[in-house]
Structures are given as structure tokens and as C-alpha cells.
Design a protein around this ligand. Structure first.
Ligand code: ADP
Length: 482
């Protein structure tokens, strides 16, 4: 089965969040279950720089008249065949792939990402005479137009199935209706049964409407997005498409996230010998100027700082954490008001709270290795990866029971402990009292060292690898293509 993956980001070359982790891990996972995977990506500087042995597969004219080249080659770091859209005018910009230095979305984002889908559709339609995809799998709104373009291509004898994966329904790729006429889609696509969304164009909606099958990144989120509370305006459409919608839980790339082999850690460790984890904790406390204290429960946050992530609850609970002798270390970047509030709290309690604003892959690894608890109190969470990284690194996740967090974390209630299923702390109501009760459970368990270690070891031993998800995707492709 030949699969073309379409995404805007790919780890480790370009990452702003979980999408990149998945786009980077999925090709190898699918290859291990017998799929041949190639990727198509925009020619962002970091991606072009990694492309080896490339040649120009085609020179094309975009729907709005701009000339572009499609390069074919191999991504060195990932050892992966790739098609890259070479158009420096659109992609050769430093920093975030989506926003300028003032955090404003680029005014030509509709062109930058429509082109990704448009080129993917050309590849589906035979652009490469030596390789024909049987399935085109596109990810998030940036690649949402792929199946719309494919739906309006002249019919050919080729049958190519389309899968669209929602990583976060809240980001919808909405553009003014004037943009529609640059996209090269026929007039009839600008309709309720098409890409129109409350009078505007939504690339996300294109994926939801035109793809043969929609997946999202956890079974619970697949159910939640069919409700008005979490459907972000798409719940009606998703309910009508419910038979073509399924949730496949994300996984963890063991080659990147494994405390025994992680080169970012000064003292690697595994579940058999946790000495390294204690050393990682002491080293981080020392480096950050926190009180170096082995038995102070250390809470960690690695997150985009947006309202979605529920971090106002962490701010609210901070006094309780400190009063109980806990410490907090945070790494994140995002909304200015959250950055300022966390920085102010760190300044007040520099011996117990450390806040670093920014994006730092290596530091994120060190936080999971050093902390005892990973906080993920998101208001909604399609899957969430950091709770799984916490599990692998022996940093028990404390989460709101929502989306993929509900699918991966089992609370340390007495019943769950007795059944040997517990791996973290879960709260139901999205408010401070509920979070603080979960935190109280975390402190109580932390005080019972042997039980804490048992739960931690269980979490570290859980199979969070890609095999099962890869098999589900491969079975889905087979089913669609049959
Ligand atoms: P989302 O995709 O909504 O941001 P996920 O939990 O699915 O949330 O994925 C977040 C990914 O981004 C994880 O790999 C996490 O470690 C990483 N991450 C988030 N913020 C930072 C940061 N400031 N520095 C380094 N890595 C970060």
C-alpha cells in the first residue's frame, strides 16, 4: 500500500506542537506494518536544508498563477522519501511556519497551505510517473483542502482513497470568502456542502466534508467533537459523517522519548534502576536555583501557553503546591498574559518555582526526567502527548478527564490501585477545587513511597508504542482502498 502523508510540520525538522511529533513518527511506524510512505511538505528552510539528492520532479503553475517547483528527494534525518514544494517567496521565512515575528498569521496563509494540498492532489493524480499513492493521508487544516481538490479533478481510472486526521478542531483554517477565488476550486465548492463555513472558507471543513474517512487522535475526542460543546461549530457535520469518523490513539516514538537512551539526559535511567532519575531531579533543582531536596514533589509543565491548556488552574493551585512543600517547573510559550503571570509567580518564589518562556526541545526532555508529576489540566485535549511522555519518564500525569487524557490516564483511586491499573491522577470538573483534590491525592501517594514507586513502575512499563496505532491505520487504508 502506497501512502502519501501531507502535513505542514514534521519532527525533528519543524515542530510547533504534537502534530509534528506524529507526522515524524507515523511514516516509520506505517513502514513497519508494510506500507510504503512518502511525504509532501512545504519547502520551509529547515525542511529544504535536510533534503538530500533532490531533483525537480515538476514545474507547475499554482491556481493563482505563481510558478513553483516540486522537488523530490530524501529527508536525511528521517531517511524518508519526500516531495517538497520549492517556492521561496511563500515559504522562506524564519521562525514560526504560521505567524510573523509579531505573532500575526501571515496574510497569504491561504495560498501557502492551499498549495500544499494542491500539490498533494497533483501527486494523487499521477504527477510522479514512478510512484502512485493509493491513499492520501492529510493532517489538520493546513492540509485540509487535499480531498477537496481531489474531488474536483477530472475522473481517471485511478482510485485514490483519502484520510483526513484532526489533531485539533479548534484551529480551523478560516479565511475570507475573497480568498476562495484564488484557490482554483469550482464555484460550487463554496457551499454548505463544501468548504463554506458561516460565510467564510474553512480548510478544516474541506477535510471534514470531502475526505473518504476522518480520524482523530483519540477515541474519546472522536466522540466529544460530535457534541456542540466540543464540536467548534462542526459537530453537526461530524454527526452526519459519524460512520466515517474514528479515533486512533496517538503513540510515543520510543526512538525519541525513552529515558534509557535519551541523549538529552545527563543521567539516563530505566524502570529497573531509577538512580538516574533522582540525579536528573537534583541536577535540575540545582541548575534552576530551586531548593535541592529529593523529597520535595516536583511538578512539571511543558506546554503551549494557551487557554486550551487550563494553566490558569495551575496558577490557582500554586499556593497549595508550595504550602505542601512542592515545587513547580514550567517551560512554555504562548499568550502574553499567561507568560507574564507565570513569570511573576516565579519571581516571588524563586526557590520553588521556575518558569522558562520559550521553546526548547532538549529542556523539555530534561523536565520529564526530573519531575515527579506532569501537569496537563487542559480544558479540552484531542490526545495530548506530554502525559504519555510523563508516563514513560516516571513523572506521573495529573490530568483533566477529557479527550486523549481520559484515554491514557487512570486515577490512583483505591479501586484502580487495587486492580493495578492506576498510573496518575484524574479530575472530572474543570475547576480549581477538582484540580486541588487531585493534587492532594498526588501528595498523599507521594508520601507513601513504595506505592508511589509501584504506580510509577507500572506507568513506565506500559506499551505506548506505535505498533497498535500503525496497524489500525493500515487496516483503515486497506478497508478504504478495497
Ligand atoms: P499540542 O499539540 O496541543 O501543543 P501535545 O501535547 O499534543 O499538545 O504536543 C505538544 C508537543 O510539543 C510535545 O512534544 C511537547 O513536549 C512539545 N512542547 C510544547 N511546548 C513546548 C516548549 N515550550 N518547548 C519544547 N517542547 C514543547
Amino acid at each position: 500500500m502506497n501512502v502519501l502523508q501531507v502535513s505542514a510540520e514534521i519532527f525533528p525538522l519543524l515542530k510547533t506542537g504534537g502534530l509534528a511529533d506524529i507526522a515524524g513518527a507515523l511514516p516509520a511506524a506505517l513502514q513497519s506494518v508494510g506500507c510504503q510512505v512518502r511525504v509532501v511538505l512545504p519547502g520551509f528552510p529547515a525542511i529544504l536544508a535536510d533534503l538530500a539528492d533532490s531533483w525537480i520532479l515538476a514545474e507547475l503553475t499554482a491556481p493563482w498563477g505563481e510558478r513553483l517547483q516540486v522537488r523530490q528527494g530524501r529527508l536525511r534525518t528521517l531517511n524518508l522519501d519526500a516531495y517538497i514544494i520549492d517556492l521561496p517567496h511563500l515559504y522562506a521565512r524564519a521562525g514560526s511556519p504560521y505567524e510573523d515575528a509579531w505573532r500575526q498569521p501571515y496574510a497569504d496563509n491561504h495560498r501557502r497551505f492551499a498549495l500544499l494540498s494542491w500539490v498533494a492532489a497533483q501527486l494523487a493524480h499521477g504527477l510522479d510517473p514512478h510512484w502512485q499513492p493509493q491513499v492520501v493521508h492529510s493532517h489538520d487544516w493546513h492540509a485540509g483542502l487535499t480531498s477537496a481538490y481531489m474531488a474536483f479533478m477530472p475522473h481517471s481510472s485511478l482510485r485514490v482513497a483519502t484520510v483526513f486526521t484532526i489533531h485539533n478542531l479548534a484551529y480551523q483554517g478560516v479565511f475570507s470568502p475573497a480568498c476562495f477565488y484564488e484557490l482554483g476550486l469550482p464555484h460550487e465548492a463554496f457551499a454548505v456542502n463544501g468548504v463554506e463555513f458561516y460565510g467564510q472558507v474553512s480548510f478544516m471543513k474541506a477535510g471534514l466534508y470531502y475526505a473518504d474517512h476522518i480520524t482523530t487522535v483519540s477515541p474519546t475526542y472522536a466522540r466529544e467533537i460530535q457534541t456542540p460543546q466540543q464540536g467548534c461549530g462542526f459537530d453537526g457535520l461530524l454527526r452526519t459523517r459519524s460512520r466515517a469518523l474514528s479515533g486512533i490513539l496517538n503513540a510515543v516514538d520510543d526512538a525519541v522519548w525513552n529515558p534509557a537512551t535519551d541523549h538529552h539526559l545527563t543521567s539516563p535511567y530505566d524502570v529497573q534502576d531509577m538512580t538516574g532519575k533522582a540525579l536528573c531531579k537534583a541536577a535540575l533543582q540545582q541548575e534552576l536555583g530551586l531548593t535541592v531536596q529529593a523529597d520535595a514533589p516536583l511538578f512539571g509543565v511543558v506546554s503551549r501557553l494557551t487557554d486550551q491548556k487550563g494553566l490558569h488552574l495551575v496558577l490557582g493551585a500554586l499556593d497549595a503546591i508550595l504550602a505542601r512543600g512542592g515545587q513547580l517547573v514550567l517551560l512554555g510559550t504562548g499568550e502574553a498574559h499567561l507568560e507574564a503571570l507565570f513569570k511573576a509567580r516565579a519571581a516571588q518564589h524563586s526557590h520553588a518555582v521556575s518558569v522558562r518562556i520559550g521553546y526548547d526541545e532538549a529542556y523539555a526532555h530534561r523536565i520529564f526526567s526530573a519531575t515527579d508529576v506532569t501537569l496537563v489540566p487542559s480544558q479540552f485535549e484531542p490526545c495530548g502527548l506530554t502525559q504519555m511522555y510523563g508516563l514513560k519518564y516516571g513523572s506521573l500525569p495529573l490530568v483533566h478527564r477529557v479527550g486523549g487524557l481520559a484515554d491514557t490516564v487512570v486515577d490512583c483511586s483505591l479501586e484502580n490501585m487495587a486492580e493495578g491499573r492506576a498510573n496518575g491522577f484524574v479530575f472530572d470538573d474543570f475547576n480549581l477545587q477538582a484540580l486541588e483534590r487531585a493534587m492532594a491525592r498526588a501528595f498523599a501517594l507521594y508520601a507513601r513511597k513504595s506505592e508511589w514507586k509501584k504506580v510509577r513502575a507500572f506507568g513506565m512499563r506500559q506499551d505506548l508504542g506505535w505498533q497498535s496505532a500503525a496497524r489500525l491505520y493500515a487496516a483503515l487504508y486497506q478497508h478504504l482502498y478495497a
